[in-house]
Design a protein around this ligand. Structure first.
Ligand code: FMN
Length: 414
């Protein structure tokens, strides 16, 4: 009976354990978690979502405070078009986060950064260009393009000396998205080094509509594999979304995937950035506690626990401090939804906004408990302690369980 460890992900001469821990913003997939994956011979992701805030918390910078102060006079203004990111600071924050992580890297694996196109930051092209190139400057091993089609992203890095040497991949949920990406980037003469195929059971934002239940990961992986074969493109395919056991992973590896990307099981690891009490919410969740809704202002459906504190919250939009989803014209769907409620309740008190959520602030404060569809099985991966809480696990324990387990077994902690 095969184990994940019988397979290897090959990048040229380099061989890796074919387990990738997916990016989880904001700082849910911490540097510590990514570094463990790399130490164990796999790939870990950090995320550059809200990188200023991540830098402030980790390295005592004051990027967010400075921005809030600079735009203070705009706080009660519903027009956010003037709120911009300083590109120099964005570069600095990215270089700090990525650079410090890479300095700490040990072992044979790799650390990648997850870069979401939907973080439009009120100046989509310029900010994305800075994010991508600063991560390359800081020595990142690879960049995973996510949450968007990224039709221009390779072009934004084409002049960077590391453009052809760093690993670059994209997350897609359909063969069409991949075709489009390949067509748009063909002129650069650089193929992606890997393609992550994310199915509808993943955590975070979904690359599907609210009809996500009609799709299934194995079918999409097979479609994309067939397309690559027809085009004679030898690009490693990585399956993601709902892969809960080592045996689930072996199933994909035997059917043409070069690796798997997993995340949900690591949300209850010690190294994961979620606060300890929130990890207990993930452990305790039942299947009925998980929902896919449309409260993310990005327009993508998002899976989360139904008791996420962000749902229904009517806080004032906090774009002067964050503003990562402003579209380039000062708009964000949360601002619109919030203003509708303000018009109905002009005193501004006890406002509840059900339609959308202030994703920046709430992700920053870990109030959106986004999760994969298999979260309700996390309780089966740990032990309930006498005080009624579940034991958090080490990332190494979970990683090794994926790597060596057979028969859909899950190794419990000692
Ligand atoms: C808590 C959480 C946060 C996530 N955040 C992001 C993110 O910021 N960007 C992204 O591309 N994917 C994100 N994802 C998706 C994962 O990187 C991964 O591809 C997917 O969840 C794998 O499926 P699994 O969770 O069932 O193992 C997130 C997933 C989880 C569970």
């Amino acid at each position: 009976m095969k184990r994940v460890d019988d397979f290897r992900l090959k990048f040229g001469q380099k061989e890796l354990v074919p387990i990738i821990i997916g990016g989880m913003g904001v700082d849910i997939s911490t540097a510590e978690l990514a570094l463990e994956a790399a130490r164990l011979g796999g790939i870990g992701h950090i995320s550059d979502a809200l990188v200023h805030d991540v830098s402030d918390r980790r390295f005592d910078t004051e990027f967010v405070k400075g921005k809030t102060k600079f735009y203070k006079s705009n706080i009660s203004n519903s027009d956010k078009s003037s709120v911009q990111f300083d590109l120099g600071e964005l570069a600095e924050a990215t270089r700090l986060h990525v650079g410090k992580t890479m300095e700490a890297k040990r072992g044979d694996g790799m650390v990648f950064v997850n870069v979401m196109e939907k973080l439009t930051m009120n100046s989509p092209r310029d900010t994305l260009q800075v994010r991508l190139n600063s991560a390359l400057d800081a020595g990142i091993d690879g960049i995973t393009l996510s949450a968007g089609l990224h039709l221009g992203s390779f072009g934004l890095m084409a002049e960077h000396p590391r453009f052809r040497d760093a690993k670059m991949g994209i997350i897609v949920s359909s063969v069409r998205a991949l075709q489009l990406f390949l067509r748009k980037t063909a002129r650069l003469g650089r193929l992606p080094d890997y393609v992550i195929v994310e199915g509808p059971l993943a955590g975070g934002h979904l690359g599907f509509g609210m009809d996500w239940e009609k799709y299934d990961l194995a079918t999409i992986v097979a479609e994309i594999a067939a397309f690559l074969k027809t085009e004679q493109l030898d690009i490693p395919l990585i399956a993601a979304g709902g892969i809960f056991t080592g045996s689930d992973a072996v199933g994909f590896l035997e059917n043409g995937a070069a690796a798997v990307q997993v995340a949900t099981r690591f949300t209850v690891s010690n190294e994961c950035g979620l606060p300890a009490k929130d990890k207990q919410e993930y452990f305790r969740a039942s299947e009925a506690d998980i929902t896919v809704n449309t409260i993310s202002p990005t327009g993508y459906p998002m899976r989360m626990l139904k008791n996420s504190p962000a749902i229904g919250s009517g806080i004032r939009p906090n774009c002067e401090s964050y503003g990562y989803l402003l579209d380039g014209n000062g708009n964000c769907a949360y601002i619109t939804a919030y203003n509708e409620q303000i018009a109905l309740h002009p005193d501004g008190k006890n406002i509840s906004v059900m339609d959308k959520t202030c994703l920046c602030t709430h992700m920053r404060n870990y109030n959106v408990w986004t999760c994969g569809s298999s979260t309700y099985r996390l309780k089966d991966t740990s032990r309930l302690q006498p005080d009624g809480t579940y034991l958090a696990l080490s990332a190494e324990h979970i990683f090794r369980d994926y790597q060596f387990s057979v028969d859909h077994q899950v190794m419990l902690p000692a």
